[in-house]
Design a protein around this ligand. Structure first.
Ligand code: CP3
Length: 343
């Protein structure tokens, strides 16, 4: 097998596969004891800047689960930190921004990202691509809306009120902010692609907070621009957000090759909501992994069956692995999907 023939890349391109490929969002992380060990004395953002740690942590779930793709270990706020935004990732909280971005002069702090700003990314991707061989490495970035929310709110937010206030009330400022963030996001993705990542996922985790109309007017143009700029790079583009049942068609319209679906919309319904020519990724509720195995198996069979309505299916959870998940469940689940779908 070659990298380009891997089930993951074939499914992204809607080609027949020898088994349904599997990977898990947040497959590297606190659910793994080996992760907790290497991270014990190293703050999250420091780990994200050390090629040795990035490489080791990215490989941990690949060794343990036999997943069909690795996802680069980093965080959506790494490029923001790299251009000098004063932020940290607080354990159990998430990204926290020292001085939130709220006005025109704040926005000027957002400059473009150059590959030289993140040399550790280039180095770690290079090492990983070599170590992974025919297994794809997925690069990723946060999408402008989700990044804007952290920057404007100053941290995680339930209602995104300051973000929406700026979006609804100051459209010119919003446009300038989203343009700058789109450019930073593109820079981060291009850096990973140039170093050898063979697919990318754009996470717009919190965009499900918007109506379709607001998404179309205030988010779609910037995401479309990012995907458009990547069109010539020939790497599949995956797009995912939580609670995006009403937005699935628009996420595809933005220019994704694969749309990630959370657990709220069955995949056969999701297939009707995206236009032809798009593969789907998903969508087991991560909390299911706390139920008995029989429940996991039944629900997985159902997802695989509904996934046949899509032009291509990559099995994943509907959002990230929860930190207290039993890793043996993920190991069993990976093997189960492979067995059930082997041709
Ligand atoms: O998926 C992977 O295994 C790759 C690594 C990855 C991380 N963050 C590592 C991480 C990826 C793809 C991300 C993306 C990310 N970061 C997103 C989009 C994906 C999603 O979940 O919707 C978002 C919204 C963030 C922001 C962020 N960073 C959050 C919400 C948190 C968790 C806060 C907490 O402690 O519960 C982080 C920190 C973070 N990013 C951790 C990891 C492994 C935990 C750090 C730790 O070990 O303490």
């Amino acid at each position: 097998m070659t990298l380009q023939d891997s089930p993951f890349l074939r499914a992204c391109r809607r080609l027949p596969v020898s088994h349904t490929p599997v990977w898990f969002m947040r497959q590297a992380g606190r659910s793994l004891p080996e992760y907790r060990r290497v991270r014990a004395d190293v703050p999250m953002l420091e780990a994200c800047a050390r090629p040795d740690m990035i490489t080791e942590i990215t490989m941990q779930p690949v060794r343990r689960y036999d997943v069909d793709a690795a996802i680069f270990f980093s965080d959506i706020v790494v490029p923001l930190k790299a251009i000098g935004i004063d932020l940290d990732i607080k354990p159990g909280v998430g990204p926290v921004v020292e001085e939130p971005i709220r006005d025109a002069s704040d926005i000027k702090r957002l400059r473009d990202l150059e590959p030289d700003d993140v040399p550790y990314v280039t180095e770690a991707v290079g090492r990983l691509v070599e170590e992974l061989g025919d297994k794809p490495l997925i690069g990723f970035a946060g999408a402008p809306f989700t990044l804007a929310s952290y920057l404007i709110e100053g941290g995680p937010s339930k209602n995104h009120e300051h973000t929406k206030a700026l979006m609804y009330g100051e459209p010119e400022l919003w446009d300038e902010l989203m343009r700058r963030l789109a450019s930073i996001t593109l820079g981060f993705l291009k850096t990973q692609i140039a170093a050898g990542a063979s697919a990318i996922q754009l996470f717009d985790s919190w965009v499900g907070a918007l109506s379709a109309e607001d998404y179309r007017a205030s988010v779609l143009p910037y995401t479309s621009w990012i995907f458009g700029q990547l069109a010539d790079h020939e790497v599949p583009r995956i797009h995912f957000g939580v609670g995006t049942g009403e937005l699935l068609g628009l996420l595809g319209e933005a220019g994704a090759d694969v749309v990630g679906v959370d657990w709220r919309v069955p995949l056969d319904k999701a297939a009707q909501r995206v236009q032809p020519g798009i593969a789907l990724q998903g969508n087991l509720d991560p909390a299911t992994l706390f139920a008995p195995w029989e429940v996991v198996a039944d629900r997985t069979r159902d997802i695989l069956s509904r996934g046949r309505a899509a032009e291509g299916h990559i099995f994943n959870l509907g959002h990230g692995v929860l930190p207290t998940t039993d890793p043996t469940m993920l190991e069993r689940l990976t093997a189960f999907v492979h067995e059930e779908t082997a041709v």
